[in-house]
Each structure stands twice: as structure tokens, then as C-alpha cells.
Design a protein around this ligand. Structure first.
Ligand code: DI6
Ligand code: FE
Length: 409
């Protein structure tokens, strides 16, 4: 058994049982076989048979979790960024065959090595900011070969870089040209062919969909979700981003892990999420990048006790964001989350949005010893500074990560 004790650190455990950050100044954590075995004051630390790691007075938090990304993709959409700044809307670009379909064409044309080489630099940015778990969606293949390629790339990247991956099948991201005008037939194809094949490959941890005027209807989404639940796969949903399609209530009806975006979430949707325990995943990068002006109903979510996660939504069209710390700042600055809510949103609530809050997201006995170390004065610094990266080290399952992680060319 490998045993280590991390000493001389200020802990922000984010423990579900604690108030606030679960702060413990001058604390210690004992790790056995990659899991937290003990947490407490340094003076009481059980040191027997343990390798000692002196954290040099750094703050130690749970490893950060980015619970909503499209980070695996090929190509770039800066030309659309320029078009939008010259007046085109995201929906106009999508209806003209741009948007998601532009990235679909680029991704379908890429090999798995090209996909990984283009995605790895974005992942390395997240890892440099203390991220230890990343959710990665498919959704730019929109056929069996392309969706499989994306999910295989996500799994392989997690084998080659020091992070844990949660893969999400997002075949219902957009209607591919092969099914133009036949959305019901495409949903049937996802249910009968693509989802069973990819689940049999062991590539799917959850199922997602884009329930929107330029995506899929609640009825079409419901048929896909019924199939996912019949295969014992959890569901989550891009919901109420551009309009109220009743997506949040729909994913709650399937006891879904999360409803994501939520700018147009109704009071009924809030109530349904609260009753089902569905997490609200807030994506301030897309709101900011699209120059949106309708914020999610943060106060209503807070009042209803709906757990709020914060993620980058890293994608080439609406949120080319690879900084989880900036996502935290945006959630505070644009929507008035508190720094504590922002950090909970990238730790314990993000873990819950992935159905992994029993294993990660806080520093508690029995959980994976995924930690991030910070040269900061207090935990609020993490959401406060824009562009500064105070991360001085990361620990994956008890093993300190090599200081500089690079990608093979
Ligand atoms: N909503 C979004 O903001 C992204 N996907 C989605 O369902 C956009 C993805 C893209 O534009 O490439
Ligand atoms: Fe998204």
C-alpha cells in the first residue's frame, strides 16, 4: 500500500458536511492507495509509514472539475466570431449551414491523431489550472464513425494526459446533412444504431442533447432519453439556452444529472430541477461570448436549493474558453455568484453534475485524492484574479503530477 501525508497546507475541503469552504488552516491529509484516509490538523496527522509531502504553506483544494466541454473537435470558427461582430446572429449562422456544421465537417475530415493533437493543447490549459476531471462530449461527428472517433479520442487523451474523463454522447447536437429535414428519423437512428453501438464500445458515460429551436424538440429529446435510461445511462441536457423548450423539466423527469445553460429557465423548470436533484450547470463563457443579455435565474436557483455548477463549455462556436478560473470569475462578475459558489461549482457540484460526487469533488475520507495546490491568500482569490494562474501543483489520485505536462508533436 502506498501511503503519503500532505502537510503544511491550508485546506479548503469543500466537504459537503462543512460550512463554507470547509477551511482548515495548517491542516494535513493522509492518502492511502490514492484515496483520502484522514483529514485534520497537522498536529494530529497520522504519519506512520507515510511519505511526507510538504506543501509549503500553499492552499489545497479538491482538484477542479470542468463538467461541460466540447473540447475535442477539429477546426476553428474565428471567421464566425468576426461575422457575428458584424451583425450576424448565432442562429442565422447555424441556419446558413455554419455553426456546429462547420465544425462537423472539419471533425469528420480529421484522423484520431489529428483530433487529439488539436484538442490536447486546450486540455493542457485546463490541467495547468488544477483541473483533474474533464467531461468531454461528442457531437461533431453526427454519424457513427465520427461520434466513435470523438469518444475514442476523449478516452485516449485521458490515458495519455493526467486527468480523468467523463464522456458524454451528444449525437443529438445538430441534424446532419444526411438527415436534412428528417429529425425524427435521425433520432430513431441515434436510438436504434448509434447509441447502442457506442455504449457497447464502452465509450458512453452519459447522454446529452441540444433541446432548442435550432436543435431538437422536447418530444424528440424525450425519446432519446427514454432509450438512454432503458440502457441504464444517465442523461443531461443543453436546456433553455436560447428559448424555453421545457428542457429542464424534461431532464428532471428522467432524473437527469444536469440541465445546462438555463438562460431562459422558467420557475416551473427551477421547481422541477429542485425536486429531482438535477444540477444547474452554468456556462458563463457562452453567455459572454454570444453577448447574451438574459442571465439564468440565479436567485431562483439559489432560493430553491438547486446545486449550481460552473463550467467552460469549451467549444469553437460559442465558448472558445479554456480557463476554468476565468469561468469562475465570469460567473461571479456577470451573474453575482459568490466566490464560494463558484468554487463549489467547479468542485463538489460539478462532481454531482457527472454523478461522481461520491468519488470526487471534495477532500473527504474515501474519495479520490485529487488535489490542486495554490499560491493564494484565501480561496476567493481563485475567482477574483483574471488571467493569473496561481496553481503551483496538482495531485492525481495521490500522485503529484509532473510540474510541466507537454504533448507529443
Ligand atoms: N450550445 C452551444 O452553445 C454549443 N452547443 C450547444 O448545443 C455550440 C456549439 C458550436 O457552436 O459549435
Ligand atoms: Fe455545450
Amino acid at each position: 500500500m502506498s501511503t503519503s501525508v500532505f502537510l503544511n497546507a491550508h485546506l479548503a475541503t469543500m466537504a459537503t458536511s462543512a460550512d463554507g469552504y470547509g477551511e482548515l488552516r495548517d491542516g494535513a491529509v493522509r492518502v492511502e492507495d490514492g484515496r483520502v484516509a484522514w483529514v485534520g490538523p497537522r498536529a494530529d496527522a497520522p504519519l506512520a509509514d507515510a511519505a511526507i509531502t510538504d506543501c509549503g504553506g500553499a492552499w489545497l483544494t479538491p482538484g477542479l472539475i470542468d463538467c461541460h466541454t466540447h473540447i475535442v473537435h477539429a477546426g476553428n470558427r474565428s471567421a464566425e466570431f468576426e461575422a457575428r461582430l458584424n451583425g450576424a446572429t448565432y442562429e442565422e449562422i447555424a441556419r446558413a449551414g455554419g455553426g456546429i456544421m462547420a465544425t462537423v465537417r472539419a471533425t469528420r475530415a480529421a484522423s484520431i491523431d489529428q483530433l487529439m493533437a488539436q484538442s490536447a493543447p486546450r486540455l493542457l490549459r485546463l490541467l495547468a489550472e488544477g483541473v483533474t476531471t474533464v467531461e468531454i462530449k461528442s457531437g461533431y461527428g453526427l454519424d457513427l464513425a465520427g461520434e466513435r472517433l470523438m469518444l475514442q479520442a476523449a478516452r485516449r487523451l485521458a490515458r495519455e494526459l493526467p486527468f480523468d474523463v467523463a464522456t458524454t454522447f451528444l449525437g443529438a447536437h445538430a441534424l446532419p446533412p444526411e438527415f436534412a429535414g428528417r429529425a425524427d428519423d435521425y433520432i430513431a437512428h441515434l436510438i436504434a444504431v448509434m447509441l447502442p453501438a457506442l455504449a457497447a464500445d464502452g465509450l458512453v458515460d452519459a447522454v446529452d442533447a441540444f433541446c432548442e429551436t435550432i436543435g431538437f424538440t422536447a418530444a424528440q429529446t424525450g425519446r432519446l432519453f427514454a432509450a438512454a435510461r432503458a440502457m441504464n445511462l444517465p442523461v443531461k441536457l443543453h436546456a433553455e439556452q436560447l428559448s424555453d423548450q421545457g428542457g429542464a423539466a424534461l431532464v428532471a423527469r428522467f432524473e437527469g444529472l444536469s440541465a445546462d445553460h438555463l438562460e431562459h429557465l422558467s420557475p416551473a423548470g427551477v421547481a422541477a430541477m429542485a425536486a429531482a436533484g438535477t444540477v444547474a450547470v452554468l456556462l458563463p463563457g457562452a453567455y459572454y461570448f454570444l453577448r447574451d443579455t438574459t442571465p439564468p435565474p440565479i436567485a431562483a436557483l439559489r432560493a430553491a436549493g438547486v446545486p449550481m455548477a460552473v463550467a467552460t463549455d469549451c467549444n469553437p462556436g460559442t465558448s472558445p474558453l479554456t480557463s476554468i478560473l476565468l469561468a469562475m470569475n465570469l460567473a461571479c462578475t456577470l451573474w453575482r455568484l459568490t466566490p464560494l459558489e463558484a468554487l463549489a461549482g467547479c468542485t463538489i457540484h460539478a462532481a454531482r453534475a457527472l454523478g461522481r460526487h461520491g468519488q470526487i469533488g471534495s477532500i473527504e475520507v474515501g474519495k479520490r485524492a485529487d488535489f490542486a495546490l495554490w499560491r493564494i491568500d484565501r480561496p476567493a482569490d481563485l475567482a477574483y484574479a483574471m488571467g493569473l494562474n496561481p496553481c503551483t501543483g496538482v495531485v492525481n489520485a495521490g500522485v503529484p503530477r509532473a510540474a510541466v505536462v507537454s504533448w507529443r508533436d
